[in-house]
Design a protein around this ligand. Structure first.
Ligand code: KG4
Ligand code: ZN
Length: 354
């Protein structure tokens, strides 16, 4: 079964074709990053306008790269939430029209559940492509712990199935990716901040600055995260940083490394608490921040845990994860009505999901 997946929740205009829920036949991601860089953040109005201009071409390219025509597609999946409303509506409307015109089963899915699904996908360039068909869909078995880390979300959850997660902890203020982006913006390192800081930190001393960790480990906040204190502390260092222009690049690298270490420590404290409490030792990470090399190396140190990451190409937003997740609903016979609408948030998001 070949499913067309469409994703437009933020600043990536993406479409992909995935076969049988795991084999990626094409994966086209048109990023708007250069258009938002001047503003150091995603401008919702620009994002939705660009999706409108690009979506048709992106879908056409996804079909062409898979050497398919619309007649070869067996189902359509699209992101309906969470995300920027204007952006979501572009992909959702396009997907509905495609499904309606071709009389195809249609499913609207959740973006965060799709990030958790990403490691089950196999790109041709990926080592997992060497595995047999039977092995990949069974990887990894439920339940496991999920670590969803992106520009909009930071979630530690228990995952019982592709469509069933329980949020154990979430951020009480900024998302982790947002903290990377804001620190980078204030220091003028570049946009988006995550990849820039990741690279810069490699030459820095992570012990050069000591930044505060939040004190959230009791009661209902046991697994919660907070990034506003860290962000403020790092930005408060800026005046000192500017006073030492001679230190230049090495000081910048030290700031990046010290910030990144603390940002990752905040995630790991919550995650490891969840490992201890639940006894689950398989972790699946997803979202843009899952590409972070320091996070990956810290998790690799824990030989008692099995940490599963999507390939770097599938960490960020893409249509393949939407198509893969959509397939699971479609084979179960579930579809969405064409009246389904987009929503910026997920109801009761804080503790239950979706
Ligand atoms: O999942 P994603 O592409 O979009 C959202 O759903 O938000 O995540 C984007 C976020 C941005 O905040 C970006 O700075 C961050 O992921 N990011 C990283 C890295 N690559 C992207 N953060 C840390 N290290 C990275 N290597
Ligand atoms: Zn995302």
């Amino acid at each position: 079964m070949k499913v067309l997946g469409i994703e437009s929740s933020c600043d990536e205009c993406a479409a992909a074709v995935v076969e049988d829920g795991w084999r990626v036949l094409s994966n086209v991601v048109a990023t708007q990053i250069p258009f938002h860089a001047a503003y150091n953040g995603v401008v919702p109005e620009i994002a939705s306008r660009m999706h409108t201009q690009w979506i048709s071409r992106v879908v056409r390219e996804a079909l062409a790269k898979a050497a398919l025509t619309p007649a070869d597609i067996d189902g359509v999946a699209v992101t309906a939430h969470p995300g920027l409303l204007g952006s979501l509506l572009v992909g959702l409307s396009f997907a509905k029209a495609f499904a309606w015109a071709r009389k195809l089963p249609f499913i609207a899915v959740d973006h965060m559940l799709a990030h958790l699904y990403a490691p089950r996908l196999s790109l041709e360039s990926d080592a997992t492509a060497q595995k047999t068909d039977a092995e990949i869909p069974s990887l990894p078995g439920y339940p496991f712990l999920g670590l969803l880390v992106s520009g909009g979300h930071s979630i530690v959850c228990k995952v019982d199935d592709f469509d069933r997660i329980t949020v154990l902890g979430t951020t009480i203020d900024d998302a982790v990716g947002e903290a990377f982006d804001k620190v980078s913006k204030h220091y003028g390192f570049g946009y988006p901040g995550g990849a820039v800081i990741d690279k810069l930190a490699k030459t820095g001393d992570s012990g050069a600055f000591r930044f505060p960790l939040p004190n959230l480990y009791k009661g209902e906040h046991r697994y919660d995260l907070s990034y506003s204190g860290l962000k403020t502390a790092v930005i408060n260092q800026l005046e000192q940083f500017r006073l030492k222009p001679a230190a230049g690049d090495s000081e910048a690298a030290d700031i990046a490394a010290s910030f990144q270490k603390t940002a990752v420590e905040i995630l790991l404290r919550s995650l490891f608490r969840a490992v201890e409490d639940t006894g689950l030792n398989t972790i699946v990470a997803g979202g843009g921040v899952a590409a972070n090399s320091y996070l990956r190396s810290r998790l690799a140190e824990r030989e008692d845990l099995r940490c599963v990451f999507p390939s770097r190409e599938l960490c960020g937003d893409n249509g393949a994860m939407i198509a893969g997740l959509g397939y699971q609903y479609l084979v179960r016979g579930e579809t969405s009505p064409l009246s389904v609408t987009a929503s910026a948030r997920v109801k009761a998001f804080k503790r239950r999901y979706p």
